[in-house]
Design a binder for this molecule. Structure first.
Ligand SMILES: NC(=O)c1ccc[n+]([C@@H]2O[C@H](COP(=O)([O-])OP(=O)(O)OC[C@H]3O[C@@H](n4cnc5c(N)ncnc54)[C@H](O)[C@@H]3O)[C@@H](O)[C@H]2O)c1
Length: 247
């Protein structure tokens, strides 16, 4: 029986790419999104079989949505082994213009959404003595980023710390919790947020490998972290930033 991995915010973008990679690596995926239609459509794009990929509604700002999605996904697939906390709002508002409302909105999706995911699925996995959690963070959460909003970067920094707290808490229960920190990826949102002129400048002068990151490779990294053999990796943040930050 294939392990089942739940992905939040996977109706488009990186989440959908992660779903594709997980399927290619022998997993089943529950594609969830705040927009149920988007989740169901993405599931249809990544697999023609609902035994392999199925779409569900899950608004990560609502803890009850995680609880309900877990019930629905377990009923559909019969089991659940992993969670990828991927949903995020990526805003680039200038630092002095961020309002309290906008700050709270971004933190409630990116950071508090990850908290609820780790709590609800972490408790379920601990009870089963097995589970894999991967939290999507970002280079912006490590060095502040070049274009990211202060709320976005702060939420992603918080996710790295939160990953360590849950990893310590769940390690003895067979549950690993790790983070993946990409730099700018070759994805629609990057082309929407960065002008063609600025992107050309970044590629020529700023990003050492002179290329945007591969979403498929991020999918491979996530596949490795949710593998049964990955029991010895927990509390880690794996970087994939084209050499923009080295440590
Ligand atoms: N794109 C990049 O270059 C890049 C770089 C570093 C990290 N990341 C991280 O990868 C992840 C995915 O980013 P992306 O570029 O695919 O973003 P995206 O904006 O293309 O997709 C985000 C998805 O999250 C969903 N979403 C929004 N609010 C939600 C909520 N309340 N509940 C559930 N779903 C919600 C949206 O509907 C959308 O489908 C994010 O965590 C992001 O921080 C992306």
């Amino acid at each position: 029986m294939k392990d089942v991995i739940v992905i939040t915010g996977a109706g488009q973008g990186l989440g959908e790419c992660i779903a594709k990679a997980l399927i290619a690596n022998g997993f089943c995926v529950a594609i969830t999104d705040v927009n149920k239609e988007k989740a169901v459509e993405a599931a249809t794009r990544v697999s023609s079989s609902t035994d392999i990929a199925a779409g569900f509604k899950l608004d990560v700002t609502q803890k009850a949505d995680f609880e309900q999605a877990l019930i629905d996904i377990e009923a559909h697939f019969g089991q659940v082994q992993g969670l990828v906390n991927n949903a995020a709002l990526t805003l680039t508002t200038p630092v002095m213009d961020v309002t309290a409302e906008e700050f709270d909105k971004v933190l409630s999706v990116n950071l508090r959404g990850t908290l609820f995911g780790c709590q609800v699925f972490g408790a379920y996995f601990a009870d089963k003595n097995y589970g894999r959690i991967v939290n999507m963070t970002s280079l912006a959460g490590q060095n502040g980023g070049a274009a990211a909003g202060v709320h976005y970067a702060s939420s992603k920094g918080g996710i790295i710390t939160m990953t360590k707290v849950f990893a310590s808490n769940l390690a003895a229960k067979g549950v690993t919790v790790n983070a993946v920190a990409p730099g700018p990826m070759d994805l629609p949102i990057v082309h929407e947020l960065v002008s063609p002129e600025r992107l050309a400048h970044l590629l020529e002068n700023v990003i050492p490998v002179k290329a945007l990151g591969s979403p498929d490779f991020i999918g491979s990294m996530v596949s490795q972290l949710v593998d049964r053999n990955a029991f010895g990796v927990t509390g880690a943040t794996w970087d994939a930033n084209g050499g923009l930050s080295m440590r």
